[in-house]
Write a protein of this length. Structure first.
Length: 339
């Protein structure tokens, strides 16, 4: 099984014909202008500190942006070399192994940069529960950076190889696009849960081994108060009873039902691991970033594992179970979030 998203080679090549050069040119331009950019942003930070006692964060953001671009160019170079080494992708076993190693290293570089540049600590509880596989991993989504947590805390720590359910917009990140299609993943359109999309997500849970799992962000998008209000309004028009349950969530969005319920299929012999975290909310949007609250934060992460036999069969019972467990995630966040 290869990637979950059917796409012609021409469509992929056409997209990459501009995303790859764009990221390379952007990196070169950023490298040349980095000293000036840092000088300017440090001056902006100094003014913000003098006027409002805001922490120095603008220069940190620019520095991390440069690290991200450098990591992208490095990853693209290694992906090209791996393609040649594996006989233009014909040696599939080697291609998979090399791409998984690259993915883990890429995520480690970026997550390490985030922690160092923004002076962030890390506390993790019960991450050992993620093994053995096969498992379905459901992670809270609060910022762009929390997408780096699974690779660092699950794959690199415990050797569990993950198949991802990813949003389609990530195809415009060329390293994620190319590596994501070499591995077993599915890029989803977020406009709705079509039968075809749901089935392709379900396929990711088939033939999983003891060192494998599927990862999904049940909310489907990053949490914000505005998104929460829109989701609740939509649910009230579709299912008032489910909307009433969703109103109990204050720190997470209610789970979308298509993908998560497909992965809870009774014929999928997978335990479920749920992952909650706090500390990265300050990187959710540019506005949050400029507040500077992320600087000096501690990232706290908690894992729970639920055995397959405790997950009820049937759509109605399964949805109720999912909402109950997601409420536990919401409660943990409320108890550990630093305001």
């Amino acid at each position: 099984m290869r990637e979950g998203r059917p796409e012609s080679r021409w469509t992929a090549l056409r997209r990459r014909s501009w995303t790859v050069p764009f990221i390379v040119v952007f990196f070169l331009a950023a490298t040349v202008t980095l000293p000036l950019l840092l000088l300017v942003t440090l001056s902006v930070d100094a003014v913000r500190w003098a006027l409002h006692r805001r922490r120095f964060v603008v220069a940190r953001a620019v520095l991390f942006g440069w690290v991200y671009l450098a990591a992208e160019v490095w990853a693209l170079t290694v992906l090209l070399l791996a393609w040649f080494v594996t006989g233009f992708g014909l040696w599939r076993t080697a291609e998979l192994a090399l791409t998984y190693r690259l993915q883990a290293r890429w995520a480690a570089i970026l997550f390490g940069a985030v922690r160092r540049i923004f002076s962030m600590g890390l506390e993790v509880e019960d991450d050992d529960l993620v093994v053995p596989g096969p498992v379905v991993v459901m992670v809270r989504h609060a910022s762009l950076i929390d997408t780096l947590l699974p690779n660092n805390l699950i794959t690199r720590r415990w050797g569990l190889l993950l198949r991802y359910v990813l949003k389609n917009e990530l195809l415009y990140d060329p390293a994620l696009d190319i590596a994501g299609h070499r591995l077993v993943n599915h890029f989803v359109e977020r406009v709705g849960d079509s039968a075809e999309q749901v089935e392709r997500v379900r396929e990711l849970s088939r033939d999983l081994g003891p060192n494998e799992g599927v990862l999904i962000y049940p909310e489907g998008t990053r949490f914000t108060e505005e998104k929460r209000a829109r989701v609740l309004e939509r649910l009230r028009g579709i299912d008032p009873a489910l909307a009433a349950r969703a109103e109990q969530f204050h720190n997470v969005l209610p789970p979308r039902l298509g993908g998560p319920m497909a992965l809870l299929d009774p014929f999928t012999p997978c335990d479920v691991v749920m992952v909650a975290h706090v500390g990265l909310d300050g990187l959710a949007t540019v506005k949050h970033l400029l507040d500077g609250t992320v600087v000096g934060n501690t990232i706290r992460v908690r894992f729970w594992r639920i055995p397959r036999e405790e997950i009820p069969a049937g759509a109605e019972a399964g949805i109720a179970w999912l909402f109950d467990r997601w409420k536990s995630v919401d409660d943990w966040i409320a108890a550990h979030r630093v305001t």
